[in-house]
Ligand binder design. Structure first.
Ligand code: URA
Length: 331
């Protein structure tokens, strides 16, 4: 099955599981007359409708035949019809659909009925989602607190990614009391297989970036906006990120890092609740759950464009200064 069909099926199954059977309806149900009007609007042309291939004589009433009732509907367009509607068709042929086209070309395709417009939720920052708890969890209790969040997630089916070929839920990895946290977008194939974030090629580069900061991977905490692999590594949909990210919020509230590095646009969008270019978000501090947030390039992007590694290093140096870290001496 092509990926688009896979994804559509996943959405339909997800909505069905959620008990949603009429995904387009908003507000009051349509009145029976409105439904009837809608059906009439989209009803296929009658099977006997003449087509442009038929000879004109087959559909033009001969002078001796009186038009049947309703024949006005198949009257030829007036000579004032726009030129484009008569150039490629025989001017003697006029089906109801052609009449509609020639009478009001600006109305084709018909405007999308407003009830088909499903609003895309605007991202909310993690700080808007819920107030920061006053009390911090004691470092000794943090592993158990993280495990409790993992247990809550369970074998999650809350969003369409559960039905899109996921193998493992990728919860997070590292020190439950880390001062520094990295947040990526979502697991890729290697992470989906292992259940551990950032273990593929992008993960190896992230490990190098962490080492260059004078840290070991075990000293930081690494997680993603979504915990299940989006098919073909696409960007998570808003419904997926909005469904999953409250668990990440809980993880952050347990760990309470001093600095969070948002790796790439998706992490920045959902942590900060903004949809802006990475360029406009880099270079200044942002705030999330009491931590300072540094936005930088995603390692996968740096693999595609290594010329930007120097810029990412500048971002990490700001983080190092904030945390009082020194780069290891080269020996
Ligand atoms: N890319 C991400 O955003 N996260 C991972 O865990 C791996 C690759």
């Amino acid at each position: 099955m092509p990926p688009a069909t896979d994804q559509l099926r996943a959405y339909v199954e997800y909505l069905r599981d959620m008990g949603v059977y009429d995904i387009y309806r908003q507000g009051e149900p349509l009145a029976p007359e409105a439904y009837a009007a809608l059906l009439a609007e989209f009803a296929p042309a009658p099977a006997t409708a003449p087509t442009a291939k038929l000879p004109a004589s087959a559909i033009e009433p001969s002078p001796g035949i009186r038009p049947a009732q309703g024949a006005a509907a198949v009257r030829r367009p007036e000579p004032t019809a726009p030129a484009h509607s008569s150039t490629s068709f025989s001017s003697k042929i006029s089906t109801p659909a052609m009449l509609k086209l020639s009478a009001a070309p600006e109305a084709f395709p018909p405007p999308k009925p407003s009830f088909l417009e499903v609003p895309i939720p605007k991202p909310k920052s993690f700080d808007e989602l819920m107030p920061l708890p006053q009390d911090r969890i004691a470092p000794a209790d943090r592993p158990a607190a993280l495990q409790a969040i993992r247990n809550l997630i369970g074998d999650c089916t809350r969003c369409p990614l559960a039905y899109a070929g996921r193998r493992n839920i990728v919860f997070g990895d590292g020190d439950p009391s880390a001062r520094l946290m990295f947040v990526g977008e979502g697991p890729g194939a290697d992470e989906d297989t292992s259940g551990i974030p950032f273990v593929g090629k992008a993960g190896q580069l992230l490990n190098n970036m962490i080492a260059a900061m004078g840290l070991q991977r075990e000293q930081v905490y690494i997680a993603n906006i979504v915990k299940c692999r989006p098919p073909a590594n696409r960007t998570p949909e808003p419904v997926e990120a909005n469904t999953c990210s409250p668990f990440l919020l809980e993880q952050i509230d347990v760990i309470r890092p001093e600095v969070i590095v948002a790796l790439g646009g998706t992490a920045a969008t959902y942590l900060l609740g903004v949809k802006q270019s990475l360029a406009s978000l880099r270079g200044t501090w942002h705030s999330c759950r009491g931590a300072k947030v540094c936005v930088t390039y995603h390692p996968a992007y740096l693999l595609r464009d290594p010329t930007q590694k120097g810029e990412a290093w500048k971002d990490l140096q700001r983080v190092m200064a904030e945390l009082g870290l020194k780069a290891p001496s080269k020996s």
